[in-house]
Design a protein. Structure first.
Length: 164
């Protein structure tokens, strides 16, 4: 764990996370060793804070170009997988969603989370495939996952990556 130390005339010791960096603010007389041990002890908390900051950054930087690219990938892969599987959605909408990467309704409308604009192409394709497969199986049955796998051999890795 990398960190920098700023010493001054303060009484307590603080750990601050700023722009992806770990800064320890410490009183002048506290030893390096003490600081090192403290950082080690707080490692879990620090990593969590770094990740939170990272996620916030990611949400912020969806640009118009990212969205256009997302739309292209979604429509191209939807065409490809619909043709392979023989199931076509009525409509695909890209929108801001908080609880899922994608959804599929009984009326055959698919929604894709616009936050995927920050993910790589393969991940986006997996989400599209997943929702197209729901047009055939409205559940996560064995048959559903077999259909996913038939169309994307490495879907398990992608699914894992998406859950991070
Ligand atoms: Zn599903």
């Amino acid at each position: 764990m990398e960190y920098s130390v700023i010493r001054s005339n303060i009484k307590n010791i603080y750990i601050q996370i700023k722009e992806g960096k770990v800064i320890v603010k410490a009183p002048k007389r506290i030893s390096e060793k003490y600081i090192e041990e403290l950082v080690k002890k707080k490692e879990k908390w620090i990593l969590k804070k770094l990740e939170e900051e990272n996620n916030k950054e990611e949400e912020k930087i969806i640009t118009h170009e990212d969205l256009t690219q997302l739309k292209n990938i979604v429509s191209q892969s939807a065409q490809k997988y619909s043709k392979n599987i023989g199931e076509y959605p009525k409509k695909i909408t890209i929108k801001d969603m908080n609880y899922a990467w994608g959804s599929c309704t009984g009326k055959r409308n698919i929604a894709i989370n616009m936050k995927l604009a920050n993910k790589r192409k393969e991940i986006i394709e997996y989400v599209v495939l997943h929702e197209i497969c729901h047009l055939k199986y409205m559940n996560h049955s064995k048959e559903f996952w077999e259909l996913v796998e038939d169309n994307m051999k490495n879907y398990k890795e992608l699914r894992k990556e998406l859950k991070k």
